[in-house]
Design a protein around this ligand. Structure first.
Ligand code: CAA
Length: 260
């Protein structure tokens, strides 16, 4: 599939995916979502990519939401199909075996905020702005915002954002736990790459199982979650990475992980 609205760059096991429709503040139309689905499915199948970074092109926006000019003409069934496609893309991101970092470089509104929510970690530029402004348009969030936002920041803060449609700055987003940290705008990608490098130097097997344990376990009660963790913990002992990691520690040298 040819991509016109996104770009992917892979360097040293780190894939950077850029949503690239700066004239529309990287808004998500049907084609962009289809291209993202294609891109993230391929990333999920790759053994050579260890960490993924998602960002937006241009100086103003991460992603300013689903494309309003595209949505304006939809009937209810088409809107359902569009919402389902968006949810499919975000579920694919959330369920990638690799950790995903959102590099939020500007407006992250509606579907843009929802992309950030589907990522495993969120770093924001000090120029980033966040919100779920769907109520201004007579709709509700459709790409998982009413579900992931309260799970991440709690019902009270999520309700305030979703009911009021208000836009908050990066500092406020950090205060309520919507982002991990805020960094100066021109250092955002550098910070994300440095975090990605730190992760990609670890055992890929262990990192993937950590993600699986957190993502699946968080939906369980504590006893079941811990039992699930135990299964994955013991599974690590079937890997070369576990043998190498522990041997290297005992031999006082750096481990050489092979990801199996
Ligand atoms: N869809 C389509 N086009 C968009 C867009 C969107 N979500 N956001 C911005 N654009 C377009 C504008 O129409 C404009 O295009 P033209 O130059 O052709 O007029 C261009 O991007 C630049 O935008 P502005 O001139 O508006 O820039 P600004 O700096 O004055 O304002 C903004 C920036 C506050 C982000 C404003 O563009 C805005 O409010 N955008 C809409 C945000 C929004 O409501 N997002 C939620 C969409 S609904 C959704 O996402 C539902 C869901 O959960 C799936």
């Amino acid at each position: 599939m040819e991509w016109k609205n996104i770009e992917k760059k892979v360097e040293d096991g780190i894939a950077t995916v850029t949503i690239n429709r700066p004239k529309a503040l990287n808004a998500l139309n049907y084609d962009t979502l289809m291209e993202m689905l294609d891109c993230f499915k391929a990333i999920g199948d790759s053994k050579d990519i260890h960490v993924v970074i998602i960002t937006g092109s241009g100086e103003k926006a991460f992603v300013a939401g689903a494309d309003i000019s595209f949505m304006g003409e939809l009937d209810p069934l088409e809107a359902r199909g569009f919402g389902k496609l968006g949810q499919n893309v975000l579920n694919t991101i959330e369920n990638l075996p690799q950790p995903v970092i959102a590099a939020i470089n500007g407006f992250a509104l509606g579907g843009g905020c929802e992309i950030a929510l589907a990522c495993d970690m969120r770093l924001a530029s000090d120029r980033a702005k966040f919100g779920q402004p769907e109520v201004n348009l007579g709709v509700i969030p459709g790409f998982g915002g009413t579900q992931r936002l309260p799970r991440l920041i709690g019902k009270g803060h999520a309700n305030e954002l979703v009911f009021s449609g208000k836009i908050i700055n990066a500092e406020e987003a950090c205060r309520i736990g919507l982002v991990n940290r805020v960094v100066p705008h021109d250092q955002l990608l550098e910070e994300c790459i440095s975090l990605a490098q730190m992760i990609s130097a670890k055992s890929p097997v262990a990192v993937r199982l950590c993600k699986e344990s957190v993502n699946n376990g968080i939906e369980m009660d504590l006893d079941r979650g811990c039992a699930y963790e135990l299964d994955l913990f013991s599974l690590c002992f079937a890997s070369s990475d576990q043998k190498e990691g522990m041997k290297a520690f005992l031999e006082k040298r750096a481990p050489k992980f092979i990801g199996s």
